[in-house]
Design a binder for this molecule. Structure first.
Ligand code: NCD
Length: 339
């Protein structure tokens, strides 16, 4: 069964478990240096109409690990710069015989529109202020690896919630997985209709992160902001920066996350961004494995060539891979790197 991954909101828990289980499975195999079953005839289009480093590169990496061909396609340099509509571009790509599309666009709902015209699988790599499902899946995977489970955790998402598709996808995903969620930020950066998002609102940083197991920061999305929403960056930093001082009220072993790109010194200070509590690099790396999972899931569901893996199995496999990696490292050390 072919399907699209357009958002987290509409996913069933079993589908989320399949995606996370597949991601853990792929991570374990890749870290252990095992062969991945490759599907060489598939061609996917990467359509990034907005800037991206992490998401685009990790989709490219994911496609390469799976043996797919990928073609990069963006607004400037394409026929869209000559006035072609999104609909006609998507129809063209369909008849160019691409098998799937991964798309980022600045309009909320654009990926839904693309899925309607394309017919085949479309994966949302971020649409406007709507959803960014694979980022949330990478974040959930990272939390599960560090904390064992999301059920019962206290999690704060801090910052520009209003403009953030990462916050929306994470709010749905983390609450579906049993977290207690606080959305923390200035009044002017909170969505006007909060009843559409799960989670409690906190306008005060310390009240919002107190006792939290996870503090997830968001980028100030200045490109999407009307002027006047923030009185000054300095004031935002003073009131909402997640730093060592603020973290004293969170749990002692709280982990700190950020989807990137970071505005260093604004959302996070250097000590926090680079410290042991930071999971930022792990989030980036896990982005590859959840995107492999998303591609697999979109094309093959969860039950064809690769058996469905529950998260617990994936975690077991990841542990086994970490052990193998450690053994390999120490073997390399004893043979002076000649192994
Ligand atoms: C985010 C995005 O573009 O939605 N980045 C990402 O994909 N890792 C967040 C952002 O731009 O702030």
């Amino acid at each position: 069964m072919k399907r699209s991954l357009l958002g987290i909101r509409g996913l069933e828990l079993a589908e989320i478990e399949d995606l996370l289980g597949l991601a853990a499975h792929y991570k374990a195999r890749i870290l252990a240096g095992e062969e991945i079953q490759r599907v060489p005839r598939r061609a996917i289009g990467l359509l990034f109409f907005e800037g991206s480093t992490r998401t685009r590169v990790s989709f490219e990496q994911a496609a390469a690990y799976l043996g797919y061909r990928s073609t990069n396609f963006a607004g400037p340099g394409s026929s869209m710069a000559k006035g072609e509509t999104l609909k006609d571009t998507i129809l063209t790509l369909k008849y160019e015989r691409l098998d799937a599309i991964v798309m980022r666009h600045n309009a909320s709902g654009a990926t839904q529109l693309a899925a309607t015209f394309f017919g085949g699988p479309v994966i949302n790599a971020g649409d406007g202020e709507h959803e960014h499902p694979t980022q949330a899946l990478a974040d959930a995977m990272t939390i599960i690896e560090r904390k064992g489970s999301i059920q019962g955790l206290k999690i704060a998402i801090v910052g520009d919630v209003m403009h953030s598709r990462v916050a929306r996808s994470n709010a749905w995903l983390l609450t579906k997985l049993g977290a207690e969620l606080n959305l923390v930020g200035p009044r002017t950066l909170m969505p006007p209709v909060m009843s559409h998002l799960p989670g409690a609102i906190q306008y005060d940083l310390l009240a919002g992160i107190e006792g939290c197991d996870v503090v997830m920061c968001l980028r100030l999305q200045r490109e999407r902001m009307d002027s006047g929403l923030l009185s000054s960056i300095g004031e935002y930093r003073r009131l909402y920066q997640v730093n060592q001082r603020a973290l004293r009220v969170a749990k002692r072993d709280a982990m700190v996350m950020h989807p990137g790109p970071i505005n260093r010194g604004i959302e996070l200070d250097d000590l926090t961004a680079d410290g042991v509590a930071s999971a930022i690099h792990q989030q980036v790396e896990n982005g590859i494995f959840v995107r492999m999972a998303a591609l697999h899931w979109a094309f093959d569901g969860s039950g064809t060539d690769t058996p469905t893996l529950r998260l617990a199995d994936g975690k077991k496999a990841a542990k086994k891979a970490a052990k193998a990696e450690k053994a390999e490292k120490s073997e390399r050390a004893t043979t002076g790197g000649k192994a």
